[in-house]
Design a protein around this ligand. Sequence first.
Ligand code: SER
Length: 309
Amino acid sequence: MPKPTVLVTGAGGQLGSVLVSALAKKHGPENICATDVREIHLPLVRTGILDVTDKDAVSTYIKDNGINRIYHLAAILSARGESNPILTWNINTGGWLNILEASRELKVERLFFPSTIGVFGPTTPKKNTPQDTILQPTTVYGISKQIGENWGLYYFNRYGLDVRSLRYPGLISYDTPPGGGTTDYAIDIFHKAVKGESFTCFLREDTELPMMYMDDAVRATLELMEADKEKLSVRTSYNLSAMSFSPRDLFDAIKNRIPEFSITYEPDFRQSIADSWVNSVNDSRAREDWAWKPEYGMEELVNIMLDNL
Ligand code: SER
């Protein structure tokens, strides 16, 4: 099999730079085109500026670089999205439609679309949330991702475009900073803990959310993208799960290692976003279809974060 030529959009984000280096390892750095709306510096791979809201620029980039596989990560996350709903819609949905249309026209072989627990809403069952369930998200980010999942399904059914997608939990990493998410507290808390500072949490102590260590998320992404087409029964987006915890659970686990660590809770507007999401996700379809299995639980996560920051 010849190596694919891969475009990553939004490569400067929290997931992007880690995914780019995993893709470079897998397919060779010369075959990876890492782009963002701003200039980025990532070692070895080809880098470029690409504004996904510019359809002509997207098509030209795909053509000029002979792209046949796309990981479309460019998006505004949940909390930041609320400060500019129309811009978030234009980037998240308009950008995705540009990628889908250009991919259809230029016959891109395979696409990855990151979805999220943000597609769930207050009417979704909160525990062990099923794959096929009620989706009435409250944030513009959630709406854009829910619609994005359905556009992916539409292009798959109508044009045979091979679109694959995961509903990521909150992603936690030590080497890349998060940007504008509701789950970001679970990264910020570690930075404060290792600096010996107290942490002020913007969520209530009992707010339980699904979370995942970055390495699991990257491996899930690569595994889904390598899976046999015939095995994939979900063409909206796969539920994906590793662990669930509340700020209190995480604080207690960190305090076990750093006894002097302290926390206060000052919930802000992000509390209502978190309250609209679910506590835990049933990912049995991912496990059945392409043998997904997480490797990291909360204890491993806490140790890795504290050891590496
Ligand atoms: N981590 C994301 C956010 O909080 C959820 O997809 O917005």
